[in-house]
Design a binder for this molecule. Structure first.
Ligand code: ATP
Ligand code: MG
Length: 553
């Protein structure tokens, strides 16, 4: 049995509701606006909403909150569905707030009939000034006194397209002196002559978030409508609409949004990075989007694990990016295939090795006995890493240097016999000898060496480009940093190594998940790969490089 984890505050509410018999089963929803790609903050909301339903035997709807036609697109709808599925969740129903436009119109009409909504001709500036301030009550204007009949007609004319954008709005008639600004006759419908990605030109009036969201929850019989803290002041309006329409009493609960160091979490800002070409697209591996993280090689399991680890908070905080990387490493160490890639090559010639090729067995993952082995071609001419050789080595140097021995991973022990240089004195290759009895797995040489190096056979190596990523921003708290968020972009967030050499299994048997390049880190094959050149994204380093830098500083 795994250790019992204490309940988070939303689970406590759900359990209490179920125990009290308030609901037979729960129904949650994940309600993205399709105006961009999902980011890791949305992953938190997805894990929470779907996680609750899974834990308590309920269901979750995927509802697109598509009430703002000018920013929404079908491309975003498709990407959102792909991301939710990739994270490992399946929705009970795929729904759209736009499915309810007719119903929402009827709800608004009902409010008018009850004397609880009116058409206002004021400009948005006038409405803003009349609203007053948090310390000063607002003003009731003359439109508030319109008759029910007049309001019905005007609202119907708004729908029929008689007015231009901004000429009129429909407002709920609540309380212009309320201490909650959201209750001072909030706008519930506006005119917008815009093409909608689903309803086309059928509508030229659109419900505001506050009017669409709670009513959509209610139409679907959502039991627990979970959103982020900034919606706390909207809750009285959420309840007011439901109460005055006498519809299913969905309830809103708020938790703290996820913020991560060195990262931004806003579709609007992420869109700017894409449009202004600071990144290569929504799925650029440096982006905090789910698609970017997927392309970077973060396993879905690591993202779920991360969301679980950070818990559900009632107060905003900033989570360390390293925790996410920790979750990625932890999973990949267990599951990633091991492969050999030389980033910066130095040629070695094994002078006593025959002119033949030997196919050596190498384990795919020492952490996973079921992962099996692969064969790696070994021959007389190999590449090792340039920085695995030192001509004048200090005492405790266990890599290669003249006269010294090292093991080549899954192969033989070799000894560096001589260093070959060109006319300018640059090292061009090393001449080495190997010990035939030292073959990995059947080593009878009796020789112990401290260093093991990765390598590739030159004749068999596949050309590879390696894209190494670092934090996209240089400041911890990007959202609250001074100036424009783009001023804080890390100019070195991408470094490309164009001439790396990969073992052939990476081409003949291309891995779909991130691999561990031995001694180098975790890497995943990118979609930019071609038949002549593999492209890899660095998922994460083997160790936390930033933690070290902090200590050094
Ligand atoms: P953005 O500003 O990035 O567009 P949003 O809240 O406007 O964020 P929506 O598409 O409206 O994005 O959000 C869908 C759901 O995801 C909402 O319930 C929202 O509260 C939740 N969500 C969005 N960002 C975060 C975050 N950083 N942490 C937790 N939940 C979030
Ligand atoms: Mg939004």
């Amino acid at each position: 049995m795994s250790e019992e984890k204490s309940l988070n505050f939303i689970e406590e509410i759900v359990e209490a509701d179920l125990n009290a018999g308030k609901y037979q089963s729960i129904l949650t929803r994940f309600p993205p606006e399709p105006n961009g790609y999902l980011h890791i903050g949305h992953a938190k909301s997805i894990c929470l909403n779907f996680g609750l339903a899974i834990k308590y035997g309920g269901k979750t709807n995927l509802r697109f909150d598509d009430t703002n036609p000018s920013t929404e697109e079908t491309e975003y709808v498709e990407s959102i569905k792909e991301d939710v599925r990739w994270l490992g969740f399946e929705w009970a129903n795929e729904l759209y707030a736009s499915n309810y436009f007719e119903q929402l119109y009827q709800f608004a009409t009902q409010l008018i009939e009850k004397g609880l909504a009116y058409v206002d001709d004021s400009s948005s500036e006038e409405i803003a000034t009349q609203k007053g301030t948090p310390t000063q009550a607002g003003i009731e204007n003359q439109f508030r006194q319109r008759t029910v009949q007049e309001n019905i007609e005007l609202f119907s004319d708004m729908r029929a397209g008689k007015y231009k954008d901004g000429e009129k709005v429909l407002r709920a008639k609540i309380d212009m002196a309320s201490s909650n600004m959201h209750m001072r006759d909030p706008i519930i419908y506006r005119i917008k002559h815009a093409h909608h990605h689903r309803t086309g030109d059928a509508w030229c009036i659109y419900p505001m978030y506050d009017f669409a969201h709670g009513q959509s929850d209610s139409i679907e019989n959502i039991t627990h409508s979970i959103c982020t803290l900034e919606f706390i002041p909207h809750r009285p309006l959420y309840d007011w609409c439901i109460e005055n329409l006498s519809i299913f009493p969905s309830k809103q609960y708020e938790f703290a949004r996820l913020n991560i160091t060195y990262t931004i979490m806003s579709k609007r800002k992420l869109l700017q990075l894409v449009n202004e070409k600071h990144v290569f697209g929504w799925d650029d591996p440096r982006m905090s989007t789910i698609s970017g993280m997927r392309r970077r090689g973060y396993p879905a399991e690591s993202i779920r694990d991360f969301c679980e680890k950070i818990g559900v908070a009632k107060r905003e905080n900033l989570i360390d990016f390293s925790l996410l990387e920790f979750c990625v490493r932890e999973k990949l160490n267990k599951s990633a295939l091991r492969r050999m890639v030389v980033f910066d090559p130095l040629k070695i010639v094994i002078t006593n090795y025959p002119d033949t090729v030997e196919f050596l067995e190498s384990e795919n993952n020492p952490e996973d006995p079921n992962s099996g082995t692969r064969t790696v071609p070994f021959s007389k001419e190999l590449f090792i890493e340039k920085d695995d050789f030192m001509e004048l080595a200090p005492k405790k140097y266990f890599r290669l240097s003249p006269g010294q021995m090292v093991r080549l991973k899954s192969a033989y022990i070799i000894k560096c016999e001589s260093v070959i240089k060109d006319a300018e004195g640059n090292i061009t290759e090393l001449h080495c000898t190997y010990i035939p009895e030292s073959k990995s797995g059947s080593d009878t040489s009796g020789i112990n060496v401290k260093g093991t190096l990765h390598w590739v056979s030159i004749a068999h190596a596949i050309n590879a480009e390696i894209r190494m990523y670092d934090r996209l921003f240089q400041v911890e708290d990007v959202a609250n940093a001074e100036g424009d968020f783009k001023d804080h972009i890390n100019p070195n967030s991408l470094q490309v190594l164009a001439n790396a050499y990969a073992e052939p299994a990476l081409q003949s048997d291309p891995p779909t998940d991130a691999c561990q390049f031995i001694r180098k880190g975790y890497f995943i094959l990118d979609k930019d790969s071609t038949s002549t050149q593999l492209v890899f994204n660095r998922t994460v380093t083997l160790k936390d490089a930033w933690a070290k830098e902090v200590k050094k500083a």
